[in-house]
Design a protein around this ligand. Structure first.
Ligand code: GLA
Length: 690
């Protein structure tokens, strides 16, 4: 809902539980008024009338209050917008008009020929903000154009900042600490979202898992990015974020040129960190993720089983075993194309390897379909190995700086996707590939960062950073439109490209290359603070874990850990014993039963993974699923019962496996006995309200 004051200079956006208000002063300063519980327009006008910008020597009165601080004039905070022309730098805008288009508010400003429009849209309790810039005058260079600046209310208590940090095989781990004066900057200068930080922050003063106020901000951009959280001299906190890591330039807009920033979404919740996560999940399922009401199938992926050593015969054998344990989607990972027998060759040549698949992929895809499964493949289109047909034909299609070394990481270079000829090549190859065989699923990988982002001959090579992302999005959109039955997974050496931007055009993400079920609990715990189980791919692989740490764990523990997301199997099934296969079949069957609850339900993090027992719970309609994992029991002490959440206290719940009856109020206040013991024990409890 959007309310506008009669003078047309105070605006109020309202969702089911929260409101956001802003106003324009007589001097065309756009000031923040409110972000928090629902208020009325009269409340917003009252706040506007009382807003004070006290004078203080050496400070700017508007600092800490502006919705979108531009560079120039008396301002000392980090500018959200920084532009320059041949003649000058900075912005001095005048307000033109506002437009209320359904739920979207547009505020239009003008600075000479540059039109600056701030967009606001409330979707449930998430405020989506973005900016469009349109140049009608002399050439303007966009040094920086953030999507939004968020302002928190003043509080006596200190703010705490939560973030999700990591690296390869250790993504999205939650860190929480006190914010102090100055700036905390997170981001990526790597060309992709990066494993190091998810583009999300949350701020609270005293929230717990289920109580208290939490402010969250998440950026929808899959290239380099930056979020800066600033505590200003008067202790006010502002968060600004957008595309690009620094101010070295995004784009040059000639007359007629436009730029639309990615969306920076903000959420206020008074339901603690758990309530904030559930609101983020509901928002993504309703507005971001394509076809979110369609549950994702259980998949098998061949990577850990076979790595590069693949053959049609061996994939057929794996497919038969996968089908026998109930897998619904069979995915051939790396190694099926070009001269790709190791990571040294083949990227760029997107046709099946003739020795490995002499008749192409169709015969295998047909067999997989005959076994009752969907068929998927792995690709990494934005890359090229120097040892490839593509590179031999077009060495200038890679990103490079003239006269400098071309840095190879994993023996590969990044293609310059900003080039229309590269875009067209990839479109043709991928469209042909998806037409050549009945392919239902594409795992789209991105396995190295930008290092030599040059574009010889191009006047403004810097634009490559932004245009690569636009081209990647456009290619995905075009492929999705041409092949509407194909689902896409975003992978980047595991979780290196996970953000709201990629989420709006892919069906799930590869959470991490780390498939160790214990490490995964922490990775998944962090991930769940922003993204829902519906997109979080998780595989059961071999024990001892052959990729990372050699850890030995029971099949039970591995399955329950992976059932917290989109379940997959990634072990070498040809080496699993009959008993293991039979057990796996039962787990897959159970997962299919609870899948709608996990993938569509509300998530409650009952206990974080911190050494003992951890547990998550999902509630969907009358159904409840609890996944409990015990790392280690100590001193033979029985584990305390798990207090469930989100239940109807007056209802009776029946356990689906045992038929045992539980009383809602007892589960809520006294808890559920899990019976877990020893090391690496785990359990699934599926209840239904009677
Ligand atoms: C990346 C992915 C893996 C696998 C390999 C294949 O590392 O994250 O899952 O697909 O590439 O080379």
């Amino acid at each position: 809902m959007l309310d506008i004051a009669t003078d047309g200079r105070t605006w109020l956006l309202t969702g089911p539980r929260s409101s956001y208000a802003l106003r324009l002063t007589e001097n065309d300063e756009l000031l923040h008024l409110h972000w928090g519980p629902r208020i009325t327009l009269a409340d917003a006008e009252y706040l506007a009338a009382r807003q004070e910008l006290p004078y203080w020597p050496f400070e700017a009165p508007v600092d800490g209050h502006e919705e979108y601080p531009v560079e120039g004039g008396p301002r000392f905070t980090r500018p959200a917008l920084s532009v320059r022309t041949e003649e000058r730098r900075g912005t001095e805008w005048t307000f033109q008009e506002y437009e209320a288009d359904g739920d979207e508010l547009r505020l239009r400003f003008l600075d000479d020929g540059l039109r600056i429009t701030l967009h606001y849209r409330m979707r449930d309790d998430v405020v989506e903000r973005w900016v469009t810039l349109a140049n009608e005058g002399t050439t303007v260079e966009l040094l920086r154009a953030d999507s939004a600046t968020w302002t928190l209310p003043r509080r006596e208590e200190s703010w705490r900042l939560s973030q999700l940090h990591g690296r390869w095989a250790a993504e999205s781990r939650l860190a929480r600490g006190e914010l102090t004066y100055g700036e905390k900057v997170i981001g990526s200068r790597r060309g992709h979202t990066g494993h190091q930080h998810l583009p999300w922050v949350a701020l609270d003063t005293d929230a717990t898992e289920e109580h208290g106020e939490v402010y969250g901000c998440a950026l929808g951009w899959s290239g380099s990015w930056r979020i800066a959280v600033a505590q200003l001299p008067d202790a006010r906190v502002q968060i600004t974020g957008g595309a690009g890591y620094d101010e070295s330039g995004l784009l040059r807009l000639e007359a007629g040129g436009t730029f639309t920033t990615p969306v920076f979404a903000g959420l206020w919740s008074d339901g603690g960190h758990g309530g904030a996560s559930r609101a983020w999940h509901a928002y993504q399922r309703a507005y971001v993720i394509p076809d979110a009401d369609r549950d994702r199938p259980v998949l098998f992926n061949s990577w850990e089983a076979t790595e590069f050593d693949i053959s049609e015969e061996q994939q057929r054998a794996l497919a038969e075993r996968a089908a026998a344990i109930g897998v619904e989607l069979f995915v051939v990972d790396d190694g099926w194309f070009g001269a790709r027998t190791s990571d040294r060759a083949g990227l760029g040549d997107w046709t099946p390897n003739p020795d490995r698949f002499p008749e192409g992929l169709k015969p295998l895809a047909d067999q997989v379909h005959a076994l009752g499964m969907q068929f998927g493949i792995w690709v990494e289109p934005e890359m090229v190995n120097p040892d490839s047909e593509l590179y031999r034909a077009h060495p200038d299609w890679a990103q490079f700086q003239p006269g400098r070394k071309r840095t190879e990481l994993r023996n590969q270079l990044v293609l310059n996707l900003a080039r229309p000829d590269v875009q067209e090549y990839l479109w043709e190859k991928l469209d042909a590939l998806l037409s050549s065989a009945p392919i239902d699923y594409v795992k789209w990988d991105f396995n190295r960062c930008f290092t030599d982002a040059g574009w010889p001959g191009e006047e403004y090579p810097q634009k490559l950073w932004v245009e690569h992302v636009h081209a990647y999005y456009a290619l995905l959109d075009r492929l999705r439109a041409a092949h509407p039955g194909v689902a896409f997974e975003s992978c980047s050496g595991g979780g290196g490209r996970i953000d709201l931007g990629v989420m709006s055009r892919t069906d799930q993400v590869w959470t991490s290359d780390n498939t160790d079920p214990l490490d995964r609990l922490a990775i998944q715990h962090g991930f769940s603070h922003i993204h829902p189980a519906r997109v979080m791919a998780a595989w059961v692989t071999d024990s001892p874990n052959n990729q990372l740490n050699g850890r030995v764990s029971s099949l039970r523990f591995r399955f329950v850990s992976a059932m917290a997301g989109v379940l997959g199997v990634g072990g070498d099934l040809t080496r699993w014993s009959d008993e293991e296969l039979a057990e796996a079949r039962e787990w897959v069957e159970l997962y299919k039963e609870i899948k709608p609850v996990v993938q569509r339900g509300d998530l409650y993090r009952l206990r974080p993974p911190s050494g003992g027992m951890s547990a998550v719970q999902y509630v969907h309609g009358d159904e409840v699923v609890v996944l409990a994992c015990l790392q280690a029991q100590h001193y033979g002490e029985p584990l305390p019962p798990l207090r469930l959440r989100g239940l109807d206290p007056a209802a009776i719940y029946e356990c689906r496996e045992t038929g045992e009856l539980y009383r809602g109020v007892v589960l809520l206040h006294h808890g559920l006995r899990t019976g877990l013991r020893g090391d690496f024990d785990a359990k699934v409890v599926h209840l239904r309200r009677m």
